[in-house]
Write a protein that binds this ligand. Structure first.
Ligand code: HEM
Length: 517
C-alpha cells in the first residue's frame, strides 16, 4: 500500500517533470526560426550534400541571419551575417568555442586527441598556448628563409610537370608542414613519410564532415559490430585506426630520437620538447599540436592555390596586371620574396580576393557549452553553430558582383577586408594564419613572376573549362580541372634554374626556430 510519503513524492516528481518539460517546450519555441521539417528526420532531406553554403545562404534570406535546422541527433544554427558571428564566436567566445561531437571523426577513427576536434577544455587551452608560441610572429620569421628556399623547388617541379600542379601543391604543403612540425628533411623524397602525412590527412578530411556519417547522427550505432551489413563506418574506422596511430606517433617519436642523438633540426616539436621536461601531459599536447599543423595546413593550402590557378586562367587581365606589378617592383633578376609583400599591393589584393572568392573553409562549426540567449532567442547548450563564411564574403551589399574575381575591390575601391573570415573566429581562429598567408603569398607571387596560366585546349584546339565547381567536404577545393601552365620566357626558365642552384647552397635544415612568449 502506498504511504502518504510515497504519494507526496510521486506528486512532487510529476510536478518537477512537468515543469522541466514545460520550460523545455517554451525554450524550444524560442529557438531562432527555421524551415519546418519532417517527423524524426527533421530537416535532413532539405540539406544538400554539396554546396551546402549556398543552401544555407538561401535559408538566411528567408529566415534571417540565424536559422535553426534539425537533423536526427543534432540541432544546428546557421549564422549568415558577420554581426551574428562576431557577437557569438568573438564576443562570447568563452562559451562558443566547443566543437560538435563527431563520433566517427574522434572515437571510432582515433582522432580524439586532435586539437581541431577538441572542446574548449583545459588541455585544449594548453595546446593552443603551445601553438601560439610555436606559430607566432617570431616563429614565422624563423621559417621565412626556408619558405623562400622551398619556392625554388616548387617552381622547378612546375617547370618539369606543369600538368600535375595539384600534386605539386600537395607535396609542397606536406614538405613545409613536416619541416615546421618536426624538422623533417627531404620529405618529398621519403615516400613512406610523405604517404603517412597525406593519408592521415585524408582520413581526417573524410571523417570530419558534419552530417555525412550515420553514426554521427545516431551515436548508438557506435556499438554495432563490424560484420553488421550497414556498419561500413566500422570497417572504414578499423582500416584507418592503426594508420592514424602511426601518423600521430611516428614522426613525433623520430624527432625525440633525433634530439637524443643530437641530430634534430630546429622545429616546433624539438623546440617545445626542450621546455617540456618530460611531462607526459605537455608531451601529449606537443604531439597533437604538431600533427595539427599537418591537418591544418595541407588541404587548405592546396585548395587556395588551386583556386588561384583557376582564377588566373579565367581572368587573364588580372594575371597580366599582377605580373606587370612584379616586373616593375622586383624585376626579373630574382624571385619575389615574402618580404616584398608591402611593395606588391596588387598581388596582395589578388591573394585577398582568392580567399574572398573561394574561402577554402566555407562553413566553420563551433558548439556552445552553456544555454544562452541571443536577441531574445534561446540557444541550448551543445548546439552546433555554423558560421557561413561564404555568405559573408558573397554578400552583394558589401562585395558587388561577388561571384566575379575582382582584386580592385580591395586595391582601389576600399572594400572591407575579409581575409580574417577565411581563418575562423574567436578562440578557435586558425593558429597558422601567419604562416599560411606568408606561404600562400610567396607561392602566388613566384608563380606569377615565372609562369603564364591560361585556359587549356583539347587536341582540336577547343578551350576546355575550367568550371567553378567545388569538392564536397570540410575543405572546398575545386573539382579537378585543367589549365595550361607555361614559363613566361626563357629568362623566367633561367631564373628558376638559378634559384634552384642557389637554394642548394642554403641549409635545408632550420637552424633557428624562435618561440613567442
Ligand atoms: C590557406 C590556409 C589556411 C586556411 C584557410 C585555414 C583556415 C582555418 C579555419 C577556418 C580554421 C577553423 C577556425 C575556427 O574554428 O574558427 C582553422 C583551424 C586550424 N588551423 Fe588553419 N587554415 C590554414 C592554414 C593553416 C596552417 C598553415 C596551419 C598550421 C601551421 C593551420 C593550423 C590550424 C589548426 C591547428 C586549427 C585548429 C584550431 C582549433 O581548433 O582551435 N592552419 N584553420
Amino acid at each position: 500500500m502506498l504511504s502518504l510519503l510515497d504519494i507526496a513524492a510521486t506528486a512532487a516528481t510529476v510536478i518537477v517533470l512537468a515543469f522541466i518539460f514545460d520550460s523545455w517546450r517554451r525554450k524550444a519555441s524560442h529557438l531562432p526560426p527555421g524551415p519546418p521539417g519532417l517527423p524524426i528526420l527533421g530537416n535532413l532531406l532539405q540539406i544538400p550534400t554539396t554546396m551546402q553554403y549556398i543552401a544555407f545562404q538561401d535559408l538566411g534570406n528567408i529566415y534571417g541571419d540565424i536559422t535553426t535546422l534539425r537533423v536526427p541527433g543534432m540541432t544546428f544554427m546557421i549564422l549568415n551575417s558577420r554581426k551574428a558571428i562576431f557577437d557569438l564566436f568573438d564576443s562570447r567566445s568563452s562559451i562558443y568555442s566547443d566543437r560538435p561531437h563527431l563520433v566517427m571523426g574522434t572515437e571510432l577513427i582515433g582522432w580524439e586527441g586532435a586539437i581541431v576536434l577538441s572542446n574548449n577544455t583545459p588541455r585544449f587551452r594548453n595546446c593552443r598556448k603551445l601553438l601560439r608560441k610555436g606559430l607566432g610572429p617570431s616563429a614565422v620569421q624563423s621559417f621565412v628563409p626556408f619558405l623562400n628556399r622551398q619556392c625554388a623547388s616548387y617552381l622547378r617541379d612546375l617547370l618539369e610537370r606543369p600538368y600535375d600542379f595539384t600534386d605539386i601543391f600537395r607535396r609542397n604543403a606536406a614538405a613545409i608542414s613536416m619541416k615546421i612540425a618536426y624538422g623533417y628533411d627531404g620529405i618529398t623524397e621519403d615516400e613512406e613519410v610523405h604517404d603517412l602525412a597525406l593519408r592521415g590527412n585524408l582520413y581526417f578530411i573524410e571523417t570530419t564532415v558534419i552530417g555525412v556519417w550515420l553514426v554521427d547522427m545516431l551515436p548508438i550505432l557506435r556499438y554495432v559490430p563490424q560484420w553488421f551489413p550497414l556498419a561500413y563506418f566500422q570497417r572504414y574506422a578499423a582500416r584507418a585506426r592503426p594508420f592514424i596511430r602511426k601518423c600521430v606517433n611516428k614522426p613525433f617519436e623520430e624527432t625525440k630520437r633525433h634530439m637524443e642523438a643530437g641530430t634534430a633540426g630546429a622545429s616546433f616539436t624539438s623546440m617545445l620538447l626542450q621546455h617540456a621536461q618530460g611531462d607526459p601531459e605537455v608531451e601529449d599536447c606537443i604531439k597533437y599540436s604538431a600533427i595539427g599543423i599537418l591537418l591544418g595546413q595541407i588541404d587548405t593550402t592546396i585548395a587556395t592555390l588551386s583556386w588561384f590557378f583557376m582564377a588566373m586562367a579565367l581572368y587573364p587581365e588580372v594575371q597580366a596586371k599582377a605580373q606587370a606589378e612584379i616586373d616593375k617592383v622586383v624585376g626579373n633578376e630574382r624571385l619575389p620574396k615574402i618580404e616584398d609583400k608591402d611593395s606588391l599591393p596588387y598581388v596582395f589584393a589578388v591573394m585577398k580576393e582568392v580567399f574572398r572568392w573561394q574561402p577554402p573553409v566555407k562553413l566553420v562549426p563551433h558548439a556552445v557549452s552553456k544555454d544562452d540567449d541571443y536577441r531574445g532567442y534561446f540557444i541550448p547548450a551543445k548546439t552546433t553553430l555554423i558560421a557561413n563564411v561564404w555568405a559573408i564574403t558573397h554578400d552583394e551589399n558589401v562585395y558587388h558582383d561577388a561571384d566575379k574575381f575582382i582584386p580592385e575591390r580591395f586595391s582601389e575601391e576600399g572594400a572591407p577586408d575579409c581575409l580574417d573570415d577565411a581563418f575562423g573566429y574567436g578562440r578557435r581562429g586558425c593558429p597558422g594564419i601567419l604562416i599560411a598567408q606568408a606561404n600562400v603569398f610567396v607561392s602566388m607571387a613566384t608563380t606569377l613572376a615565372t609562369f603564364d596560366i591560361t585556359k587549356a585546349r583539347d587536341s582540336r584546339g577547343n578551350v576546355i573549362g575550367p568550371k567553378v565547381e567545388d569538392t564536397p567536404g570540410a575543405i572546398n577545393g575545386p573539382l579537378p580541372f585543367k589549365v595550361s601552365v607555361q614559363p613566361r620566357s626563357e629568362t623566367a626558365v633561367d631564373l628558376i634554374k638559378r634559384s634552384v642552384e642557389q637554394s642548394k647552397t642554403m641549409s635545408e635544415r632550420l637552424e633557428v626556430f624562435s618561440l613567442d612568449e
